[in-house]
Design a protein around this ligand. Structure first.
Ligand code: TMP
Length: 235
């Protein structure tokens, strides 16, 4: 599949057209940003690792019956995907307190929640992805009720699978962010699932193995992504 023109460049990925109008190539960059791109840097080989991690996880999810945009990995940094219309709602699923939840609720990080919490954010770099609820989503027509039913059910199903998958590989899945897209009358899981958009803590040591190492200047960022890759691919 040949790369056509660049149609969109995000903070960590670039989308290219292909010869087929319903397919895109998703290219993973080494660029990393945090705090709505106020902090910028690169993480060496992140693009390669994230392409492989996301490909593996999407493959596993497809086997579980989750419909995703993933078709196949076509090179170190390139993934062939279905061309979806991204729904401008970022879905965060939380199992353990951390990050903005701890801040908002005034609660220490690391406390296991009695059940997962779903949060929605309006996908807008300009506005800094503000938190919204299902009324905003309905009234501003970001997604309809049928789409939201699918999104919520799939998010919880993905969470259940990933908690168990990471747990088997010695990792505690704290929280993560998902994006969905419209495709042929359906709603598909889109974007990526990588340490860029997940909080992953080593079960034994409690060490952070995700982009918080970059956000919080904790060092050993490349090593952390490499370790997640090893555990995800080995299993
Ligand atoms: P938060 O605690 O900062 O709200 O982040 C919750 C989860 O969502 C965390 O795993 C990181 C991920 N996330 C993104 O992928 N993109 C974002 O822009 C933000 C703010 C969080």
């Amino acid at each position: 599949m040949k790369k056509g023109e660049k149609i969109y460049e995000g903070k960590a990925k670039i989308l290219y057209s292909t010869e087929e109008t319903d397919k895109l190539i998703q290219y993973f960059k080494d660029d990393a940003t945090a705090f709505n791109a106020q902090k910028k840097g690169t993480i060496k080989e992140k693009g390669v690792l994230n392409n492989k991690i996301s490909s593996r996880i999407f493959e596993l999810l497809e086997k579980e019956g989750v419909k995703t945009h993933f078709i196949k990995s076509i090179s170190d940094r390139d993934m062939l995907v279905k061309k979806v219309e991204i729904i401008p709602v970022e879905v965060v699923i939380r199992n353990v307190t951390a990050g903005s939840l701890s801040k908002r609720m005034g609660i220490d990080e690391g406390i296991t929640l009695k059940e997962p919490i779903l949060e929605f954010y309006y996908k807008s770099d300009e506005l800094g992805d503000p938190m919204i609820n299902e009324y905003h989503i309905k009234v501003f027509e970001l997604a309809n009720e049928k789409e939201m039913d699918i999104i919520k059910a799939v998010a919880l199903k993905v969470n259940k699978f990933l908690v168990d998958f990471f747990n088997k590989n010695g990792i505690r899945l704290i929280d993560f962010k998902l994006e969905f897209g419209r495709y042929d009358g359906d709603v598909l899981l889109a974007d990526e699932i990588t340490p860029d958009g997940c909080r992953l803590w080593d079960k034994k040591s409690g060490e952070k193995m995700d982009k918080d190492r970059f956000r919080r200047d904790l060092g050993k960022i490349e090593e952390a992504y490499q370790e997640v890759y090893k555990r995800v691919i080995g299993n």
